[in-house]
Design a protein around this ligand. Structure first.
Ligand code: ADP
Ligand code: MG
Length: 385
């Protein structure tokens, strides 16, 4: 496809994965804790360096047109289509003082878009990783993640935290990534559900969220308002025992937001200690408690995601929750291998009964982060654990 579009061979092929967050939702922009894994679904990028300063972008998931931009003229606001994500990374590299130029880039992705699996971070991180290779920049994985986040915040205009990009850039196979945003800590925590005869199931409800629609920004602003009313640098600084006092100091509409962040950070800590001790099944109730918090306190669930969670648990899942930014997207369920088929069938039947469109169900395992690949393909070297 690269040859068809650009009439030459690419210099190389890179891949960056989508992610699913086990626990720790909306905590990253509160300086808190999260525990994502990278998923086997990647965004592939065939790329060729250009020395004339032009950036040409084409996506198999786009409208067929090539977006042609001059690197020297990239400024926030000028690119409004999907191309803002990859062009934003090139802009961020230049802004950070890296000596970069143009490129021809062709993307093809297996990460569903707008499904809470972070296709946007996969798109950004694969560009950062390819530019690192094409221009020999020597950047570390966390540096790639920060540039990708800068692109999404300042160029694409989405005020996301750092979790998605850290997951896509820094995850490794067979592990979850423990993130402490305040401390700048990222640690691999072994996570191999298959060794315990368990499976992590994604239920993509196909309800499309749009994080750019202002809801995410409003939640973020609510958290910032609450932490400033409490005189804190971030909600990260609050522990569960502080909640009664916070309740007396905050207007009623802000307390549930604060309660979610504080209890969610505690759930990440608890989940990490279970995983470190090999007690993967103990994650189940933590996921379910996290869902209740996102549904009742943070209020980012919807009828489809609630139904998926309730039905999965009713059919024998150890735990389930909405994952990602919210307002639709995907649910994760931790299930025994033996129960996986029953759980899947129950969710599909429940969606049919409610007149919801059929969800997309698939198992995932912890996969590696952004990297150069020898050859394109969805199988073989790409998807092996
Ligand atoms: P999520 O990151 O959860 O998938 P977002 O709304 O943050 O959802 O990002 C989705 C957007 O990212 C799409 O609407 C599109 O603009 C862009 N995008 C992601 N992957 C691709 C791709 N392969 N080709 C073109 N655009 C893409
Ligand atoms: Mg996104």
């Amino acid at each position: 496809m690269f040859r068809n579009v650009f009439g030459a061979h690419p210099d190389g092929i890179w891949a960056a994965p989508g992610r699913v967050n086990l626990i720790g939702e909306h905590t990253d922009y509160n300086d808190g804790l999260a525990l994502p894994i990278a998923i086997p679904q990647t965004t592939l990028l065939a790329a060729r360096r250009r020395d004339d300063g032009q950036l040409r972008l084409h996506s198999a998931q786009g409208d067929g047109r090539v977006v042609d931009l001059a690197v020297a003229e990239l400024t926030p606001g000028v690119v409004t289509s999907w191309a803002a994500y990859p062009a934003g990374v090139v802009w961020a590299l230049g802004e950070a003082g890296h000596r970069i130029g143009g490129a021809d880039l062709h993307f093809d992705s297996m990460v569903p878009t707008g499904a809470g699996l972070s296709s946007s971070a996969a798109l950004e991180c694969v560009v950062a990783c390819a530019y690192d290779g094409l221009y020999d920049l020597g950047l570390s994985a966390p540096e790639l993640a920060r540039l990708a986040q800068r692109a999404e915040n300042a160029f694409a205009g989405v005020p996301c935290g750092i979790m998605d990009q850290m997951a896509s850039a820094c995850c490794t196979a067979g592990a979850a990534l423990y993130l402490d945003v305040r401390a700048g800590v990222h640690e691999q925590v072994p996570f191999a559900p298959e060794e315990r005869d368990l499976r992590l199931l994604i239920i993509d409800t196909r309800v499309k969220h749009d994080l750019g629609d202002g809801a995410y920004a409003a939640l973020r602003a609510g958290c910032e308002q609450a932490s400033s009313l409490l005189g804190l640098a971030a909600l990260r600084d609050l522990s569960p025992s502080d909640l009664p006092r916070a309740g007396r100091m905050l207007p009623a509409h802000l307390l549930p937001l604060v309660r979610h962040i504080v209890t969610e950070n505690a759930r990440v800590t608890e989940a990490v200690s279970h995983l470190r001790a090999g007690r993967i099944a103990e994650l189940g109730p933590i996921l379910t408690a996290g869902h209740a918090s996102l549904r009742d306190d943070y209020r980012i669930s919807c009828a489809e995601t609630d139904l998926a969670v309730e039905t999965a648990i009713g059919a024998g899942a150890l735990g389930a929750r909405i994952t990602g930014g919210g307002f639709g997207g995907s649910v994760i369920a931790l299930v025994d291998d033996d129960a996986a088929e029953t759980v899947g069938a129950a969710v599909i039947a429940a969606f049919r009964t409610h007149g919801f469109q059929a969800p997309n169900l698939f198992p995932v395992f912890p996969a590696p982060g952004a990297r150069r690949v020898e050859r394109a393909g969805w199988g073989g070297v790409e998807l092996g654990p």
